[in-house]
Design a protein around this ligand. Structure first.
Ligand code: ADP
Ligand code: ZN
Length: 720
C-alpha cells in the first residue's frame, strides 16, 4: 500500500496521511482532494520526511479522492513555502494556500460560464430587475459577482436568466494572452541608465541569484531601466514578476508597460473578478503569462519559468502584510529569487535603511541613478516654520504657501498639497460638553467625512451619520471639527483660490481603476490646478506641469513612538517632493513644520540624504533596532479583556532566560481595542545572533490558551 503525506487546508491539523488509491500517481507538490470527516478538503502532497505527524497505521488510512489536473508545485516553491512559514512563525498550510491563489482556479477545467444582459427590455419590470438592468450594462461575470455589483440577490438574477434578460456565455480560461514584444518601443537610454540596464540584462541572461538595489532619484527613469531586463526575460522565454505596493499604482504601470511592449501585462490582485483570476493563474502555471504585475500575493504563485522579480517602490510599508501570514514581500522576493536562481531588483528613490545596509555589506549590488532623466532638476526644498509663519485663524496653509499657489495658478501650473490624513477632521467633539466621538470597537476617534456626512473609524470601518445633536448632552448644532484632514484642506483651497479646479485624491475617492485613470487624464490634460491628497499621490505620478508641492504637516508622522517614524517621514516627504518639477519647469517644495530642527526635517531641507541615513543609522544602532538588532511582537487578543490580559501575562511569565533577548511587556497594544478585541503585546528585542524564531516556537508552542484567545507573532514588525 502506498501512503502520501498531505499538507491540508482549512483544517487545524495541517498535516495528515492518506492512502494513495489504486491506479493513482502522486508526487510531491501534487494538489489533491481528500476526505476529512464528512467534508472534502484540498491538500498538497509533501515529502513525508519534512513534515511530522502522528503515526497512523496503514489500516486506518482513508484514500484520497483525486489528483487535480494541474502541475505539481515544484521543489523550489515548496522550499520557499517552508522558509516563509519558518521565518515568520506561521502555519505551513497558511503560506501554502497563497501559492494556490484561489481554490476556484484549481477546481473545474479550462472553461467557465459568465452572464451578461441580452439587451431585451420588457415593458414591465419589477423594481429589482429594473435596478439590475441598469447596474449591469456592459458587465459580464458570474451570477455571484453580478449580484454583488447590482446589489440584488442571486435569486433575482437567476429569475432574469429564466426570463431571457440575462444570457450565459462560455468563457475559455486558457485563451492565451497576447505576446509582449520586447522590441515594440525601445527607448534611448542615458549613459547611466544604459549601464544599469546592461547589468540587469546580463544578470537575466546568466540566470543566477543576483540581488540588486536600484537606487535612483525620483524621475531618474528606474522603470525604463528595469524594463530592459524585462525585455531580455521575454526574449529568453522567462517569466517576470513585478510587485507594486498598491493597486492605485497599477493603472500607471499598465499604461507604461503597454507603451513599451505593445500589450498590457497580466494582472494579479484582489479586485480581479474570478474568471480573470482563474485565467491568470492558469497562464502563470503554464508559462503563458510572460509578465505578471501584482500585489504582494502574486509572490507565492507557481510560475512555470520564473526568471526575474522586480519590487518597485521597495521601501513601501504596504509590502508588509499585517494579518494572516505576517510576511514582508520585499524580503521574501529576495528569498524566492535565491531559490529560483534568478535576479531580483529592488527599486526605490528612498530605500529602506535595511536595504541600504545590505548594499553596504555587499549582499545587494547597488546600482545608482543619481540624476533625473532629460536634465530635469530636483526641486528646491524650503521650510515653512509654522511657529513664525502662522496661517490665518482657522486655516492650515501658511501665507507663503498660499502666495506660491496663487502664483502657480496665475501661470497655469499645478500645485499639490500633501497631508496623510483622510476625511475632514481627525477628531470631532461637542462644544458644550466636550464629548469626543469614539469608535465603539476600537481605541480610535471617529473621523468626520464631510462629503459623505459620516463619522468613520479608519481601523474597522464602523460608520455613523454625523449626528445633529450631541449624544451626551443633547445640545444641537454643537459639533466642532478639530484639526485638518484632506477634505478640510480642499475646502480651504476652495476659499483661498475659488477659481482653481481642485482634485481630492484619497482612498475614499480613488476606489476604482476608472477613477484613477480619469484623474490622471485630467491632471495630464491640465484640467486640474490643485491636487490635494494623502500618501496615494506621493508616488508613481508624472505630471509635467506640477511645479509646487506643499507638505501641510511634516510633523504628523513623527508623533507617536514608532520605530520607523523618522524613516517613514523622510520617505513620504522625499517621494511627494519628487512629484515636483519633473518636466521642463523647475519645481519647488514647501514643508510646513513646527520642528525644523528635527534631524529628518533638517536633512530634507538641506537635500542631504546621506545626513539622514547617517543619523538614522546611529539612532538604530543605539536602540539595537533593525538592521543592527531584531524585533518581534507577540500580540494576544480576546473579546474579553481579562482573558487577553491573563493570557499575555502567562506568556510573559514563561519568557525564556536568554542573554540575547530582551522581553518587554506585556502592555496594552497601541490599538488596545481593535474590531472589538482587546489586545496586549509583548515586544522582543533580540541580537542578530539570537535564534529568534526557534526561541519563540519553543516558548509559545507548549502554552495552552482559552478558546477565545488568539496569539500571533509578528517577526520584523513594521509599526508598533
Ligand atoms: P522614476 O521611476 O525613477 O521616478 P520614471 O521611470 O517614472 O522615473 O521616469 C520619469 C519620466 O522620464 C517618465 O515619464 C519616463 O517615461 C521618462 N524617461 C525616463 N527615461 C527615459 C528615456 N530613456 N527615454 C525617454 N523617456 C524617459
Ligand atoms: Zn473601529
Amino acid at each position: 500500500m502506498k501512503r502520501v503525506r498531505l499538507l491540508v487546508f482549512n483544517a487545524a491539523l495541517g498535516v495528515l496521511d492518506y492512502r494513495v488509491p489504486e491506479g493513482s500517481e502522486v508526487e510531491p507538490g501534487s494538489i489533491v482532494i481528500a476526505p476529512l470527516g464528512p467534508r472534502q478538503v484540498l491538500g498538497i502532497a509533501w515529502e513525508p520526511e519534512r513534515l511530522s505527524t502522528g503515526e497512523v497505521p496503514d489500516s486506518k488510512l482513508r484514500p484520497f479522492l483525486e489528483v487535480l489536473p494541474v502541475p505539481p508545485l515544484d521543489a523550489k516553491l515548496r522550499r520557499l513555502i517552508e522558509w516563509t512559514a519558518d521565518y515568520y512563525c506561521a502555519p505551513l498550510s497558511s503560506v501554502a494556500r497563497m501559492a494556490l491563489g484561489s481554490m476556484a482556479a484549481l477546481r473545474g477545467g479550462g472553461t467557465t460560464t459568465e452572464y451578461r444582459l441580452t439587451g431585451e427590455e420588457p415593458a414591465r419590470l419589477t423594481p429589482q430587475r429594473a435596478a439590475a438592468l441598469d447596474a449591469l450594462q456592459g458587465e459580464q461575470a458570474s451570477i455571484r459577482e453580478l449580484a454583488e455589483l447590482a446589489s440584488v440577490s442571486e435569486g433575482v438574477l437567476r429569475g432574469m436568466v429564466g426570463a431571457g434578460l440575462l444570457e450565459a456565455v462560455s468563457v475559455d480560461l486558457d485563451r492565451p494572452y497576447p505576446p509582449a514584444d520586447p522590441d515594440f518601443a525601445v527607448p534611448d537610454l542615458s549613459d547611466d541608465q544604459r549601464r544599469a540596464a546592461d547589468t540587469f540584462v546580463e544578470a537575466v541572461r546568466e540566470g543566477k541569484f543576483a540581488p540588486f538595489l536600484l537606487d535612483g532619484v525620483t524621475g531618474s527613469g528606474k522603470t525604463e531601466t528595469y524594463f530592459e531586463a524585462v525585455a531580455e526575460a521575454i526574449t529568453l522565454g522567462k517569466q517576470v514578476l513585478v510587485l507594486l505596493p498598491e493597486i492605485a499604482l497599477t493603472e500607471n504601470f499598465l499604461r507604461r508597460f503597454e507603451q513599451r511592449f505593445g500589450v498590457p501585462p497580466v494582472q494579479w490582485h484582489s479586485s480581479l473578478k474570478s474568471s480573470e483570476r482563474r485565467r491568470a493563474w492558469r497562464a502563470i502555471v503554464s508559462g503563458n503569462a510572460q509578465v505578471v504585475v501584482g500585489a504582494r500575493s502574486a509572490l507565492f504563485l507557481p510560475y512555470a519559468r520564473f526568471g526575474l522579480v522586480i519590487v518597485d517602490e521597495a521601501h513601501e510599508i504596504s509590502f508588509k502584510q499585517d494579518d494572516g501570514v505576517r510576511y514582508n514581500a520585499r524580503d521574501v522576493a529576495v528569498i524566492r529569487a535565491r531559490f529560483e536562481q534568478a535576479p531580483v531588483i529592488l527599486a526605490s528613490a528612498t530605500p529602506a535603511l535595511e536595504s541600504m545596509q545590505l548594499a553596504e555589506a555587499g549582499v545587494y549590488r547597488k546600482i545608482d541613478l543619481p540624476a533625473r532623466f532629460g536634465g530635469a532638476q530636483l526641486p528646491a526644498i524650503d521650510i515653512v516654520d509654522l511657529r513664525k509663519e502662522v496661517p490665518e485663524r482657522g486655516r492650515w496653509l501658511a501665507p507663503r504657501l498660499v502666495d506660491q499657489m496663487k502664483a502657480r495658478l496665475a501661470r497655469g501650473e499645478q500645485s499639490l498639497l500633501f497631508l496623510n490624513r483622510r476625511g475632514y477632521a481627525p477628531l470631532t467633539l461637542c462644544r458644550n460638553c466636550g464629548h469626543r466621538f469614539q469608535c465603539p470597537h476600537c481605541t480610535a476617534w471617529l473621523v468626520e467625512h464631510r462629503f459623505s456626512q459620516r463619522l468613520a473609524c479608519h481601523h474597522c470601518g464602523y460608520e455613523v451619520p454625523v449626528p445633529n445633536t450631541c449624544p451626551e448632552c443633547g445640545t444641537g448644532d454643537c459639533l466642532v471639527a478639530c484639526g485638518p484632514g484632506v477634505e478640510r484642506i480642499a475646502d480651504e483651497v476652495a476659499e483661498i483660490l475659488p477659481e482653481a479646479r481642485t482634485a481630492l485624491i484619497t482612498s475614499d475617492t480613488m476606489n476604482s481603476p476608472e477613477a484613477i485613470a480619469e484623474f490622471v487624464a485630467k491632471a495630464e490634460g491640465r484640467a486640474i490646478d490643485v491636487i490635494v491628497g494623502t500618501q496615494l499621490v506621493t508616488k508613481g505620478y508624472h505630471f509635467p506641469e506640477l511645479t509646487l508641492v506643499g507638505v501641510v504637516d511634516a510633523d504628523l508622522g513623527l508623533e507617536g513612538g514608532d520605530l520607523r517614524a523618522a524613516e517613514r517621514t523622510y520617505q513620504q516627504v522625499a517621494q511627494v517632493a519628487g512629484r515636483a518639477g519633473r518636466g521642463e519647469k523647475p519645481g519647488e517644495v514647501l514643508i510646513q513644520t513646527r520642528h525644523p530642527e528635527a534631524p529628518v526635517i533638517a536633512a530634507l531641507a538641506a537635500g542631504d540624504r546621506d545626513a539622514f541615513y547617517d543619523a538614522e543609522t546611529e539612532a538604530r544602532r543605539d536602540a539595537g533596532a533593525p538592521p543592527f538588532g531584531r524585533w518581534a511582537a507577540i500580540i494576544v487578543s480576546s473579546e474579553d479583556m481579562a482573558e487577553a490580559r491573563d493570557a499575555a501575562r502567562a506568556i510573559g511569565g514563561t519568557a525564556p532566560d536568554n542573554p540575547d533577548m530582551l522581553v518587554l511587556g506585556p502592555a496594552p497594544a497601541p490599538l488596545a481595542l481593535l474590531r472589538g478585541r482587546h489586545r496586549f503585546r509583548l515586544l522582543i528585542n533580540a541580537r542578530r545572533s539570537a535564534e529568534l524564531q526557534k526561541v519563540l516556537r519553543q516558548w509559545l508552542d507548549p502554552l495552552q490558551f482559552p478558546r477565545g484567545v488568539r496569539v500571533h507573532i509578528d517577526v520584523d514588525p513594521y509599526s508598533f
